[in-house]
Design a protein around this ligand. Structure first.
Ligand SMILES: *[C@@H]1O[C@H](CO)[C@@H](O)[C@H](O)[C@H]1NC(C)=O
Ligand SMILES: *[C@@H]1O[C@H](CO)[C@@H](O)[C@H](O)[C@H]1NC(C)=O
Ligand SMILES: *[C@@H]1O[C@H](CO)[C@@H](O)[C@H](O)[C@H]1NC(C)=O
Length: 161
């Protein structure tokens, strides 16, 4: 018994912590299963997943040597011009990027596929304050956290009182 109790407690704690994390930042796989590839409509992908908030992460998965991730401004995005990048990345097979400011971000691929739509633009919005329910996701994870907190409190009372 004395050995099993801490395992229960730490499991509940881990659940509580993971709920908090889910409410504050989301990691998005760009393109979902299609990843960062030619002939994917990233406008559709953005419409499916928005809103994006500051603190969220984008993860680009690509075929090594077949694509890169070039961050550009809006003009270069329209023209598929990768000659003056804000940043570019082509190492390995994936690139994780944090949306750390409230603004519109633009990414293209410099390998010629940009003209076929391999370009991504999305707006990172300010994370709404916790008091105003921002989206279904964070409300439900907060509700889950509340239920778990109650269960946690009940367990503590059961064990120690
Ligand atoms: C991508 O999808 C958007 C929204 O559905 C649409 O307006 C646009 O024309 C599509 N782009 C291409 C290149 O098919
Ligand atoms: C990537 O950035 C480096 C340094 O800024 C530059 O030398 C290189 O040409 C860039 N590559 C592309 C594909 O934009
Ligand atoms: C966001 O990240 C970029 C690149 O790492 C950095 O230059 C910039 O200062 C960061 N902005 C904030 C508000 O932290």
């Amino acid at each position: 018994m004395a050995l099993r109790v801490p395992a229960h407690l730490s499991l509940l704690l881990a659940l509580l912590l993971s709920c908090d994390y889910a409410a504050s930042a989301t990691k998005f796989t760009v393109g979902d299963a299609k990843a960062w590839n030619p002939n994917v409509n990233y406008t559709k992908w953005v419409n499916k997943h928005k809103p994006f908030y500051v603190g969220d992460w984008l993860v680009f998965y690509y075929t090594k040597g077949m694509a890169d991730v070039v961050r550009v401004d809006s003009d270069a995005y329209e023209k598929c011009d990768a000659s003056h990048p804000i940043s570019n990345y082509s190492k390995g097979r994936s690139y994780a990027f944090e949306l750390n400011e409230t603004k519109t971000y633009y990414f293209i691929c410099s390998y010629g596929y940009c003209y076929q739509g391999m370009k991504l633009s999305l707006k990172a919005e300010k994370l709404p304050p916790p008091s105003t329910p921002p989206s279904k996701n964070s409300v439900s994870s907060r509700a889950t956290g509340g239920v778990l907190a109650l269960a946690f409190a009940a367990l503590i009372r059961f064990l120690f009182l």
